[in-house]
Design a protein around this ligand. Structure first.
Ligand code: CA
Length: 227
C-alpha cells in the first residue's frame, strides 16, 4: 500500500482529501502544522507528500527545501489561487508538481498517479551502483573501483563480485554461486567457484592488502560489511 502524507492546516480540506485517498487505496497520514509536517516528511516513510504552502509554524516552501536536501520523495504542492510566485519557486526548489486550490479531487488523484508513476520509472532507469567495504560496483556499466581505483574484471569475475556485494553479510554457498553465475546446466569443473574467488582475491584483496572476501569453511563465501 502506498503511503501519502498530507501537510495542510485547513482541516476540512485535509480530511476531504484523506477520505478520497483512502477510498483509492492509499494509506494516509495528516499533519496540520509545518513543524510536524517537516518531521513526518523527513521520516522517509512516505511514497508521496501533498504539501500546502501557507502553514503555521513552518512554510511549505521551507519544508520542501529541507526535505530536498536528503530525499527525492515525490512532492506535490498545494497553492492558493493565482499564487504564481509560489508555483514557480516550488518547482524551482524541486517540487514534482503543484495544484491550485480549490481543485477537483479527480485532478489531484490523476496528478498523484502520474507523479508516482514517473518516480518509479525514474528509479528503474537510474543506473544501479552498489557500495560495500570500499568497493563500488556499477552493474550497468560493468565498472568496479576499490576506494576510487579502477579494477579490471572479466564478466564472470564481475558477476561473482556482484552476487557477493548484492548479498553482503549473507554466506553464498558454492552451489548458489555456481547456479547463478554459470547456470544450472554447467558441466565443467566443480571447483570453478573457488578458482574465480581466487582470481577476485588477486585483483582485490591481495592488490590492495585488505581482506574483503571471507571463506566460510564447508559452506561458501561472504563479504562482511564492518560496523
Ligand atoms: Ca494553508
Amino acid at each position: 500500500m502506498q503511503k501519502i502524507l498530507i501537510v495542510e492546516d485547513e482541516e476540512k480540506i485535509a480530511r476531504f482529501v484523506e477520505l478520497e485517498l483512502k477510498h483509492e487505496g492509499y494509506a494516509v497520514t495528516k499533519a496540520f502544522d509545518g513543524r510536524e509536517g517537516l518531521e513526518l516528511a523527513e521520516s522517509g516513510q512516505f511514497d508521496l507528500i501533498l504539501l500546502d504552502i501557507m502553514l503555521p509554524g513552518l512554510s511549505g516552501t521551507e519544508i520542501l527545501r529541507r526535505v530536498r536536501r536528503e530525499s527525492d520523495v515525490p512532492i506535490i504542492m498545494l497553492t492558493a489561487r493565482d499564487a504564481v510566485m509560489d508555483k514557480v519557486s516550488g518547482l524551482d526548489m524541486g517540487a514534482n508538481d503543484y495544484i491550485t486550490k480549490p481543485f477537483a479531487i479527480e485532478e489531484l488523484l490523476a496528478r498523484i498517479r502520474v507523479t508516482l508513476r514517473n518516480h518509479v520509472s525514474q528509479q528503474e532507469s537510474a543506473p544501479e551502483v552498489l557500495h560495500c567495504m570500499g568497493i563500488t560496483l556499477d552493474s550497468e556499466r560493468f565498472k568496479v573501483t576499490y576506494n576510487g581505483v579502477p579494477v579490471e574484471l572479466t564478466a564472470k569475475e564481475f558477476a561473482m563480485l556482484e552476487m557477493l556485494v548484492r548479498n553482503k553479510n549473507i554466506v553464498m554457498s558454492r552451489n548458489t554461486l555456481l547456479e547463478n553465475i554459470w547456470g544450472y546446466d554447467y558441466a565443467g569443473e566443480t571447483n570453478v567457484v573457488d578458482v574465480y574467488v581466487r582470481y577476485l582475491r588477486q585483483k582485490l584483496d591481495q592488490r590492495f592488502g585488505v581482506k574483503l572476501i571471507t571463506t566460510v569453511r564447508g559452506v561458501g563465501y561472504v563479504i562482511k560489511e564492518e560496523g
